[in-house]
Structure formats: C-alpha cells, structure tokens
Design a protein around this ligand. Structure first.
Ligand SMILES: [Zn+2]
Length: 86
C-alpha cells in the first residue's frame, strides 16, 4: 500500500475512508480528497495534494453560478419581451 503524505493543510495524519466510494481524510481537520472508486487513485489524489481536485471544485461552483445567472437573465428577458408586446 502507498504511504500517505501528511495533511497538506494542517500536517495531520491521513486515513483511508471506505464508503460506497473511497477517499482519504485528515483525522485532524477533516480535509479530504475527492471520491474515488478505488483506493489507489484516492491515494494518488491525496499525495498529489489535491490541487487538481480543488481547482475542479472551484470551476464547478463557478459554472453552476453562471448557469443560475443565465437562467435569471433569460427569465428577465422573457418578462421584458412580454411587456414590449403589450
Ligand atoms: Zn488536516
């Protein structure tokens, strides 16, 4: 088994977690890797210090915010169109 690096955030001990999926979690601050379907990729992920995952998470959050704004803009546009036709 691959040796797990200490937590990148607090230096705490990392533990393998098993649920429906597997992930690595810090016992001190509960920082965790992304969910994986096998322990090897979870270990890799943790040992790479999670930069990719963190970025991906931020990207997803930004993306969903944009989608939300777009749908609000579309609703407003429809309301304006309706008003223009009255
Ligand atoms: Zn930690």
């Amino acid at each position: 088994m691959t040796e797990l690096k200490p937590c990148p955030f607090c230096g705490g001990q990392a533990h393998r977690m098993f649920g429906p999926e597997v992930w690595i979690e810090c016992t001190e601050c509960q920082a965790s890797s992304c969910m994986h379907c096998n322990i090897e990729t979870a270990e890799d992920d943790w040992n790479r210090r999670d930069e990719d995952c963190e970025l991906r998470g931020k990207l997803m959050a930004a993306h969903s915010k944009i989608m939300c704004l777009e749908s609000q803009i579309e609703k407003l546009r429809q309301r304006l169109d309706r008003r223009g036709n009255e």
